[in-house]
Write a protein that binds this ligand. Structure first.
Ligand SMILES: Cc1cc2nc3c(=O)[nH]c(=O)nc-3n(C[C@H](O)[C@H](O)[C@H](O)COP(=O)(O)OP(=O)(O)OC[C@H]3O[C@@H](n4cnc5c(N)ncnc54)[C@H](O)[C@@H]3O)c2cc1C
Length: 385
């Protein structure tokens, strides 16, 4: 029978980062089980690749303060590119309430050690990007070390190095049951047979609640469709631009290849495993794009190149990280609510610490416990994209 010290269910960027961090810390007997024939077919391959430290909760800022420098030095550490491009995130405020919100966040971010964030007056923004409609912009915030990564490349980098350090990846293999005994986790059943293990990590992205259920654990993680529309080549807006977020309606965009990637979170979207792209979304996003960047009125898009993927939402938009109380050996790394790529490095480190040492100094992991939902200790992050 197969056996491993640690079995990780899901070979997306989160499972791969955990495998890397575990093996880097000396735990070599790690088995990653992925049901698809290739990695990246879950949320990781659908991501916009944005990374930012401009958050409003201390714990999210801490996650980014570990993860972004990690991505910046990824190639030195792992010998594989992460595609990190520090082009920044620029939040555009269109009301006094937005501006107050950005100022409060800015003060917290600086206090926590973020050096590259600045509040910008409206005139400076208009000067930087005269292509923006700026009559209603009252200011903004910009962080130059925020930016983008290539999620697929980072995932492959994590898994490749993890494999060099002893981890194994089983593809085309589904975990179909999780066995428990009096001591806790006893093993998993897969479509290729059983695996004996005392430690299972749930890294199943939007399918996390289903995997938790196999172990008898209720996990409040719901899939929520998000759609992205890439433009055809377009050079009427600079390609050195950051991710730009219009706070009046949540429209955001960033340069991608020779064009731009357009995004907007439709508030009418409802939870569910919907992965088909809705062609009606093109007009919705283009209306908002042209409303903020008038030259986007002339941009061409090909709906066939647009795509949809799934966020993995929790009730407070923060992840669930750590052991499931009452089931020794069952660990959760789920519910990133749209931030799983940017926080994958910190997540890998935290899970590795918790599995091998029982504690992590990177963040106060009690804040991310599953029990917070039942106990009513929810976190509040309002800067969700
Ligand atoms: C449109 C879109 C834009 C996004 N933009 C950003 C962004 O800008 N920045 C950011 O940080 N994040 C972003 N995200 C979120 C990010 O992509 C996810 O948080 C992240 O990819 C989660 O990684 P994961 O490894 O947990 O999940 P996944 O990549 O989904 O991996 C989970 C894996 O588990 C496997 N699996 C499931 N069940 C089983 C089973 N029973 N047995 C074996 N394998 C199983 C699946 O096949 C899958 O490969 C975006 C997401 C979407 C959809």
């Amino acid at each position: 029978m197969e056996a491993a010290d640690v079995v990780i269910v899901g070979g997306g960027i989160v499972g791969s980062s955990i495998a890397y961090h575990l093996t880097a810390a000396g735990c070599r007997s790690v088995l990653v089980i992925e049901r698809e024939t290739h990695q990246g077919k879950g949320s990781t391959g659908k991501s916009m690749g944005g990374v930012r430290a401009q958050f409003s909760t201390p714990v999210n800022i801490q996650m980014s303060l570990y993860s972004i420098p990690f991505y910046a030095t990824f190639e030195e550490r792992l010998g594989h590119p992460s595609g990190y491009r520090p082009q920044g995130y620029l939040f555009l405020a269109t009301s006094a309430a937005h501006l107050n919100y950005l100022r409060t966040n800015y003060e917290l971010q600086v206090k926590m050690g973020l050096k590259d964030v600045r509040l910008l007056p409206a005139e400076e923004i208009a000067g930087m990007y005269p292509q923006l409609r700026s009559d209603d912009i009252v200011g903004g915030s910009f962080c130059s070390s925020d930016g983008f990564v290539d999620p697929y490349s980072a995932m492959v980098g994590f898994m490749t190095r993890a494999a060099e350090q002893g981890a194994r990846l089983l593809r085309d293999t589904e975990v179909t049951a999780i066995q428990r005994d009096a001591r806790g986790i006893a093993g998993v059943e897969t479509s290729r047979g059983p695996v004996a293990t005392r430690t299972v990590v749930n890294a199943a992205g939007p399918w996390a609640a289903q995997v938790a259920k196999l172990a008898g654990v209720e996990l409040p993680v719901e899939p929520l469709r998000r759609m992205l529309v890439p433009t055809e080549p377009f050079d009427a807006f600079p390609h050195s631009a950051p991710m730009i977020i219009d706070m009046s309606n949540g429209f955001h965009f960033r340069p991608e290849a020779l064009g731009f990637l357009l995004a907007w979170n439709d508030p009418e979207e409802t939870p569910g495993f919907k992965t088909e792209f809705d062609p009606a979304f093109v007009e919705k996003v283009l209306t908002r794009a042209a409303g903020r960047v008038p030259c986007f009125e002339n941009v061409a898009v090909n709906p066939k190149r647009a795509w949809a993927g799934l966020y993995e939402m929790t009730p407070d938009h923060h992840p669930v990280l750590g052991p499931a109380r009452g089931l020794p050996g069952f660990f959760l790394a789920n519910g990133f609510s749209g931030h799983g790529v940017m926080h994958a490095p910190a997540t890998g480190k935290i899970l590795s610490d918790l599995i091998l040492e029982g504690k992590s100094s990177l963040v106060d992991t009690r804040l991310f416990s599953l029990e917070r939902f039942a106990e009513g200790h929810l976190l509040k992050e309002t800067a969700v994209l």
